[in-house]
Design a protein around this ligand. Sequence first.
Ligand SMILES: [Zn+2]
Length: 331
Amino acid sequence: MAYSKEVYEAVGAELQRRRADAERQASERRARMRRNPRVVELEHRMASSMRRVAQVVMEGGDRVEERMEEIRRENRAAGAEIARLIREAGEPVDSFAPVYRCAACEDTGYVSGRSCACREALLREYAAEELRGWTGMKLCSFETLDLQFYGQEFDERLGCSPRQAMEDVIRYCRWYGTSFALSHPNLLLWGATGTGKTHVSLAIAAAACERGANVVYGSVQLLLRKLEAEHFGRADGNTEQILLDCDLLILVDLGTEFATPFYTSALYTLINGRMLSGRPTVISTNLDAKAIYEHYGEQIASRLMGTYEPLLFVGRDVRQQKLQRRLHEEG
Ligand SMILES: [Zn+2]
């Protein structure tokens, strides 16, 4: 599994920082405790035990084993007393040994020359972080979504006003983000340009992130281009794995890219792979069912139509209305 050079470097630096932190905390703990003369005395006694063992061995005689056991017992007692004194001083850890975040590799990132699970987790985390930065994910909230841009006149097709319809959609999306779980359904946000799909999908991303989910957000066009560059060796990275593995993948603006056989197959791999591993995906598009069939063919269309919950975004173009209102206010 390959990541970009920057990701490896960042993970290496993070592990080094963790290790240095653990060691610094241990030496600070020891320095604080050495203000107690009893601790210094006990440490001195423990340090001299090696010399005493050597002496006993050299002197020989028939009580060697017995005398060695006595030294070991003294050592254990001194160690236990130091631990007790540290505990009594209110230190969080009752030892002078560094406490590493990962006991398996002691924050070196390697166990017997193989990459430790903690390092692998960091690599995935940093790579997802890199991708988020790369796709320009900026977070929006449901609070900043202005419902007054959706019309209040009754719409026969909807059976209510666009504003009422959108209130339902937004309530549902808010629930989706704030209670995000892997068992959540896939969503297909569809509707004309400027009806708030991007804002809502970013708000879902923000809410799910806040719940601790690993979310990757990006435009279909940008992500497919990145997959293509990596596939043909023009860039390094492991975007496909990140997109398949993240808890929630949000793909916006499906249908704006120029369909190529590579794009179609990459998209199918993502949609199908995530479906098989039970990880939810949110896709926004202004294509209707017929256009999705025409654009991507049967395989992708049937997945989207069969396993995604469609949410229709209605109302006049929010951006147009905002612009008109600003012009009106300024004029
Ligand atoms: Zn580890």
